[in-house]
Design a protein around this ligand. Structure first.
Ligand code: SIN
Length: 526
């Protein structure tokens, strides 16, 4: 057994864009930083990200005000405007930092960054790499940078729970590669453990996306918010392969068309993702079909502009220059998460969150395309600045203001106590995962109702009683995490009796101004 790492200034849980951006910056500040990740460093969801990073790197006709307006419109009334302002203003600087650290983005013939338009964007502002292999390039650059700067890199260590003493977070309990339980103590812990797409049977997320960070935060008593908003990407390839191969939104940005079962167009391809996925789900339901079509046959230079998508399609025998591509929505991004202030501080002193695991207020009820990598880099960096300045507790900024009733943007708050089903540890965890995924897909997907959510809730409680108990076995612990996150998502979805952003209730089909509020959940308390 290797010796326990010494006490650190900052432990980062997760190795995607948020975690590694933070770790690299922390080392620049002279902080002793460690990164804990359950796979290899590069095995984060970030490497699956395709389209790119939305950031205003040129002026007219674009501006940060326009980027702000597009983000707020996509978020359907629940974005925190101060957080979005931070995102759009600081984003361009973080992209330039990445370039300085060696990330290589695609350029046009004049040598300028090549910018793409995507759904919900009123201007071309998406920076990309390798066509739509942007996440891969970012992960490559950050893994290289962190390798020479972090004090400790703990790969294949599974972070099980947060260490809490005297109401403060003081480290992490993890299981090392040899199966030994270890305590890592630190002044600060940053959760950057990504999302929870594995809640669903049909997802674009890799098998590692099991909501570990969100579940750890809930168990430690931290507040989470907006967790009912799971975003479904409209154009996942309809194919048995899992995770579902993603056909990037950039394809529609370049003119690819959506066609229904009769070959007819039925929605504006460049509206935000929630609108497109909902239109597709309704059309599929009405026609009783399992997929629709993406027609990219009119795109010039497909293979040159989208080499990775071309290669993926070739593997399954499809040629985008001649074939329409079968598509269906797939769970893609958890818009809510651990509630933070504008610097990533959570309700538990010493605990910080950034990236998909966090609710920084920038995504509201539905994330704008290509704002996720940006979110990770901007808020990961802000966490480090706050830690370096000696902060430990959250301030009343960003969405955290809603807890103190001081949110000036009219977004209310409702606090909910999450009742955690009595957990058990019987049975095969992979069977538990599969049963959960089927139930969530059937009952808590793009379209939901009071009835379907009641079924989801009963299923989650029943399965949790069999599989949801704490464990130091990573497979079992992942499944227990999924059950806890599912319980939170479904509980919030039951309470939101309206349709907004990525949450559509058949029994409450319109938005309700009185429910323009954040649902904030904490385990066991109101
Ligand atoms: C895509 O390329 O369509 C995905 C990008 C994102 O999730 O914003």
């Amino acid at each position: 057994m290797s010796p326990a790492p010494q006490h650190l200034d900052l432990v980062v849980v997760g190795s995607g864009v948020a975690g590694l951006s933070a770790a690299v910056r922390a080392a620049d500040h002279g902080l002793r930083v460690g990164v804990v990740t359950k796979g290899r460093l590069e095995q984060a969801t970030t490497r699956w990200a395709q389209g790119g990073i939305a950031a205003v790197l040129r002026g007219d006709p674009d501006s940060t005000d326009l980027h702000l307006a597009d983000t707020l419109a996509a978020g359907d009334g629940l974005c925190d405007e101060t957080a979005v302002r931070v995102l759009v203003d600081e984003g361009p600087g973080r992209v330039l930092d990445l370039i300085a650290r060696g990330a290589v983005f695609d350029r046009d013939d004049a040598g300028d960054l090549d910018l793409t338009v995507e759904g919900g964007h009123s201007a071309a502002r998406v920076v990309h790499a390798g066509g739509v292999a942007t996440g891969m390039e970012i992960e490559r650059a950050l893994v290289e940078a962190v390798g020479s700067t972090a004090a400790v890199l703990l790969e294949q260590w599974f972070a099980v729970d947060l260490l809490v003493e005297g109401g403060e977070c003081v480290g992490v309990v993890a299981v090392d590669g040899g199966g030994e339980s270890r305590s890592l103590t630190a002044d600060n812990v940053l959760l950057a453990a990504g999302g929870s797409g594995q809640l669903y049977a049909v997802t674009t997320n890799p098998t590692e996306a099991t909501g570990d960070g969100l579940a750890m935060a809930l168990r430690a008593g931290a507040a989470v918010a907006d967790v009912e908003f799971m975003q479904f990407h409209p154009t996942a390839l309809h194919h048995p392969r899992m995770p579902r191969p993603l056909l990037s939104e950039a394809l529609r940005g370049h003119g690819a068309l959506l066609r229904d079962h009769d070959g007819e167009r039925f929605v504006d391809e460049l509206t935000p993702r929630d609108v497109v996925s909902l239109a597709m789900a309704r059309r599929m339901h009405e026609a009783g079909v399992k997929h629709l079509w993406l027609d990219a046959t009119g795109l010039e230079g497909f293979r040159t502009r989208f080499p990775t998508v071309s290669a993926q399609l070739a593997e399954v025998g499809l040629d985008p220059t001649t074939d329409w591509l079968p598509i269906a929505p797939a769970a893609h991004y958890h818009c809510g998460g651990v509630l933070t202030d504008l610097d990533g501080a959570t309700t538990l002193p010493g605990l910080w969150a950034a990236g998909e695991v966090a609710c920084t207020g920038v995504h509201g009820a539905n994330r704008l395309a290509s704002n996720s990598l940006l979110d990770g880099m901007v808020f990961g960096a802000r966490v480090v600045e706050a830690v370096a300045a000696g902060r430990r507790a959250a301030g009343a900024t960003g969405p955290m203001r809603s807890l103190t009733g001081t949110s000036p943007d009219g977004i209310g708050v409702r606090r909910l106590a999450l009742t955690v089903p009595e957990p058990g540890v019987d049975g095969d965890p992979s069977a538990g995962r599969e049963e959960l995924q089927q139930a969530m897909t059937r009952c808590a997907g793009v379209l939901r109702s009071g009835e379907s959510l009641a079924e989801a809730s009963a299923t989650v409680a029943g399965l949790s009683g069999r599989f949801g108990g704490a464990s130091t076995d990573p497979d079992r612990a992942e499944v227990a995490n999924l059950f806890l996150v599912a319980a939170a998502l479904v509980a919030a979805a039951v309470e939101r009796t309206e349709s907004r952003g990525a949450h559509t209730r058949d029994d409450h089909p319109t938005s309700d101004g009185d429910q323009r509020q954040r649902l904030v959940l904490t385990v066991g308390t109101g």
